[in-house]
Write a protein that binds this ligand. Structure first.
Ligand code: GUN
Ligand code: ZN
Length: 437
């Protein structure tokens, strides 16, 4: 019933805009209600405010869910993740190119089997919701059925999700290459899924080494035909990859220009990693409004390098936060922020909790052009949010109860919390995950 009222009394935290890089959030950026009310109508947020101020306007005899000991934030967003790699997380001891050949490509071959794709789609969504993530931008395998299975599972749960079929027509195992059929398969998936319910299609050339110029040009043509499509790929993650791209594209000025020449760089484009860029490339990305998905736990795991947030800020290049499972080591947004903080420390660029939680919610939503739908607790937006239990473990409880300010509490959560602190995850106005104990 689309007009059902749901009323939740809790501490509410959300960002109206970027809090800036200072130790305290810029005025007007943070919205915090210590004793707040989140009022849902059906799948959307109807009102947000102080409990006492909204009380007189509530429908008579309404039931209010009492979550006063919990903290509610917008659902976490993961801008770059491979659902098909869930089962190869934590595969030991390789850097990118060996890791792809030894673990990733063999695993992705399994997605020719539709039952496997269905099982993994559901397992992945269960894990994402358990971690408090309500929206992600997802790589399937090169099999179109992998994306049908994924979107079908998302549709059943009414989730807002972006996904696409990997395009790969060279330098990969025979069983994973789509030759000249990859673009037609993408077009069929776009026709069937893009804009259906809360689903969107991301055109997904894996990365320059595994697509011919012909395939990348055709991917660019898809984007020109329909500007509402998204684009996801990888860029400048690993030094072996950079050498390979230079060898494969001797006529291109640099790695980014390979994508520019194919028409793949726009405001709906997400490039994972972007570790090894110069300021010229960063400025070109900024001018096009594209974003780099910073995947800190993946970058640490594969030994790829340390993303430079300061250079991003100085050049105006947007970046987002992502897990990059299966190279990432955790699906939890808390863990992504912890790793981002650690990467920042090694660069002398510590990350504030304000930046971190803004990034995971409103910042990621904005960079994906989804901020009119998700990323904030605000009227008319979709009711996708996490209910956080700051007392979830004895350690967390000790540390949180020792904090004097909201900033300290959020920072402790960023460093110590994990999926045990996700009490509930709501999407589309319904509770989709409730912690077991
Ligand atoms: N570059 C190309 N493919 C991949 C992938 O699957 N994972 C990561 N981390 N980098 C890539
Ligand atoms: Zn990736």
């Amino acid at each position: 019933n689309s007009t059902t009222d749901t009323l939740i009394r809790a501490e509410l935290i959300s960002f109206a805009r970027d809090p800036g890089i200072g130790d305290t959030p810029e005025p007007g950026s943070l919205e915090h209600y210590g004793d707040g009310l989140l009022w849902l109508k059906g799948q959307h947020i109807h009102a947000v405010g102080h409990f006492n101020e909204l009380l007189p306007s509530l429908p008579e005899n309404s039931d209010v869910l009492d979550y006063r000991d919990k903290l509610i934030m917008p659902g976490f967003i993961d801008t770059h993740v491979h659902y098909v790699q869930l089962d190869i997380m934590a595969s030991y001891g390789r850097q990118l190119l060996d890791w792809l050949n030894d673990y990733t490509f063999p695993e992705e071959c399994r997605f020719a089997n539709h039952e496997h794709a269905e099982a993994l789609s559901n397992a992945f969504l269960d894990e994402m919701l358990r971690a408090g993530t309500t929206t992600s931008q997802v790589f399937g395998s090169s099999h179109q059925g992998s994306v049908d299975a994924f979107f079908t599972a998302c549709q059943k749960r009414r989730l807002r999700m972006l996904a696409g079929k990997v395009l790969m027509d060279r330098n990969a195992p025979e069983a994973l290459m789509d030759g000249t059929t990859g673009i037609a398969a993408s077009e069929r998936l776009i026709e069937d899924w893009h804009g259906k319910q809360r689903l969107g299609y991301s055109v997904t050339p894996r990365f320059a080494p595994t697509s011919t110029k012909t395939q990348m040009d055709a991917a660019g043509a898809l984007l020109r035909n329909d500007p509402s499509l998204w684009l996801q790929t990888h860029l400048a993650e690993n030094s072996g990859e950079l050498d390979w791209v230079a060898e494969l594209f001797p006529g291109s000025r640099d790695y980014l220009s390979v994508y520019e020449e194919a028409g793949l760089v726009g405001s709906r484009s997400t490039f994972a990693h972007g570790i090894h860029l110069d300021n010229g490339m960063r400025k070109r990305l900024a001018e096009r409004g594209a974003n780099i998905a910073f995947c800190p736990s993946s970058n640490l795991f594969l030994g790829s390098g340390l993303f430079d947030r300061e250079a991003a800020n100085e050049t105006g290049m947007a970046f987002t936060y992502a897990s990059d499972i299966g190279a990432g080591t955790d699906l939890s947004g808390f863990d992504t922020l912890k790793s981002a903080y650690q990467v920042g420390q090694l660069r002398g660029q510590p990350l504030t909790a304000w930046q971190g939680f803004y990034g995971l919610t409103k910042g990621n939503a904005k960079a994906l052009s989804l901020d009119s739908h998700i990323g904030q607790l605000a009227p008319t937006l979709e009711a996708d949010f996490v209910v956080i239990d700051t007392q979830a473990t004895s350690l967390l409880k000790r540390r949180i109860n020792h904090c004097k300010t909201l900033g300290e509490r959020l920072f402790a959560l960023m460093m110590l919390a994990d999926d045990r602190a996700i009490y509930e995850t709501w999407a589309g106005g319904i509770c989709q995950h409730h912690r077991d104990n």
